[in-house]
Design a protein around this ligand. Structure first.
Ligand SMILES: Nc1ncnc2c1ncn2[C@@H]1O[C@H](COP(=O)(O)OP(=O)(O)OP(=O)(O)O)[C@@H](O)[C@H]1O
Ligand SMILES: [Mg+2]
Length: 233
């Protein structure tokens, strides 16, 4: 069985594009295909008019495509700051000077509110902080397209609010965002448009309010409290 089938879409520049769908719908797989972690058996990925299908993740980062991982992947034996510094070195601008990389890394950590943990080992911070570290590492590569896969897990309501503000700021800085999150309230509030996946296929797409009122989407989420909560509140 294919994890994704006939899924086709465009991502307009400088928008926040949400991707939602039940567990196993194919959201993370989609991100893996776009960022070169998995090669598609059919189909193409185009970025800025160029066919980038099958390009390595490292090469895509240099072109400006960066992601976070749903299952966090820090270098555990390194400090929080060192983790981000590595990303600066291997990022789009391929910064070589250590002092400059440190400076950029600290800026990224400040953006996600982790600067006070800069010198702590990455293995010693909470899961919520590790999620934010993923965001800082991706940001530190200076992406033009940033793919965020469930970054709000373990965050409190106000921390999630701060993260949504950060997404707006990142977008204002000229970065396009693809965003996967199960928190419907957050995703409906922050996204310009939303694509719904179900069983590896595109179920619907449009503005948040359009998607929310789509009969097939409501059906796919039937029994899931997330949507009903959102509709109440
Ligand atoms: N490389 C792969 N080859 C084939 N099937 C895969 C591959 N990776 C994941 N799958 C399967 O594809 C489906 C989609 O998985 P995926 O992790 O993309 O879902 P998801 O929408 O991100 O779910 P969740 O919301 O739980 O994170 C699942 O059934 C999964 O088991
Ligand atoms: Mg996933």
């Amino acid at each position: 069985m294919a994890a994704l089938k006939d899924v086709s879409f465009d991502i307009p520049e400088n928008q926040i594009c949400g991707f939602i769908g039940p567990n196993g719908a194919g959201k993370t797989t989609l991100f893996s295909l776009i960022t070169g972690a998995v090669r598609p058996s059919a189909g193409q990925v185009h970025f800025r008019g160029k066919d980038v299908t099958g390009m390595s993740s490292a090469a895509l980062v240099k072109r400006g495509v960066a992601r976070t991982h749903q299952v966090v992947r820090p270098f555990k034996a390194m400090s929080v700051l060192e983790n981000v510094q590595v990303a600066v070195h291997y990022g789009r601008h391929a910064v070589t000077r250590t002092a400059v990389a440190r400076e950029h890394a600290m800026e990224a950590l400040k953006l996600v509110g982790l600067d006070r943990k800069a010198n702590v080992l990455a293995s010693a911070i909470s899961l919520g902080e590790q999620k934010r570290l993923e965001v800082a590492r991706a940001l530190a590569t200076a992406p033009e397209l940033l793919l965020l896969d469930e970054i709000c897990g373990g965050l409190t309501g106000s921390e999630t609010g701060a993260m949504m503000e950060l997404l707006h700021r990142i977008r204002e800085g000229g970065t396009t965002i693809m965003y996967v999150e199960h928190d419907m309230k957050a995703i409906m509030a922050v996204c310009d448009r939303i694509t719904v996946l179900n069983f590896g296929q595109k179920l619907a797409e449009g503005k948040p309010e359009e998607v929310q009122n789509d009969a097939s989407v409501i059906e796919a989420y039937l029994g899931k409290s997330t949507f009903r909560d959102k509709k109440r509140g």
